[in-house]
Design a protein around this ligand. Structure first.
Ligand SMILES: [Zn+2]
Length: 159
């Protein structure tokens, strides 16, 4: 399997997930099932800013809360993680989490959390990406979106 490419129907947003990061994310989901899990997305943007490259998927920070229908990511150790990424010219790009054995539809909480994160001046990420993994190891489902101005745009997989 190669890197995964995603684009919205107006061809404004492009997202590439590295093969290694994608496989890592599914591994975390498989281990967490039947509980939710999640973390943050780290990577960079292309020079013309049209493509986000997701290069690292982090596991849940310490003190995150996992339940079957809820995941609350703590910010424990996040600053240190992002400082290290910064030294590699990589940045916070957004969030991912897992809906075990369920659909990938974002909940109202998911949406309001992303809008809050978009306005978080410390994260400096006005258009954060949200990835939701659904299903299970025999049938993964993927929801990829970019939040901008309190709305989100869904991206479809190209290859
Ligand atoms: Zn959710």
């Amino acid at each position: 399997m190669d890197n995964l490419f995603f684009q919205d129907k107006n061809q404004i947003y492009n997202i590439i997930i590295s093969k290694a990061a994608y496989e890592q994310m599914l591994l975390y989901c498989e281990r967490a099932n039947p509980y939710e899990t999640g973390g943050i997305l780290i990577g960079n943007y292309s020079l013309n800013q049209t493509t986000a490259n997701i290069l690292q998927i982090t596991e849940p920070p310490k003190n995150s809360k996992h339940a079957k229908c809820n995941f609350h990511r703590s910010s424990c150790g996040l600053k240190k993680l992002l400082d290290t990424a910064w030294n590699q010219d990589q940045f916070y790009l957004g969030e991912w989490h897992y809906h075990p054995n369920a659909s990938t539809n974002p909940s109202c909480t998911d949406i309001s959390q992303m809008i809050t994160l978009a306005h978080n001046s410390k994260l400096k990420c006005p258009e954060p990406i949200l990835i939701i993994v659904g299903g299970h190891s025999n049938n993964w489902e993927l929801f990829i979106s970019v939040f901008s101005n309190k709305r989100y745009t869904i991206l479809k997989q190209l290859k």
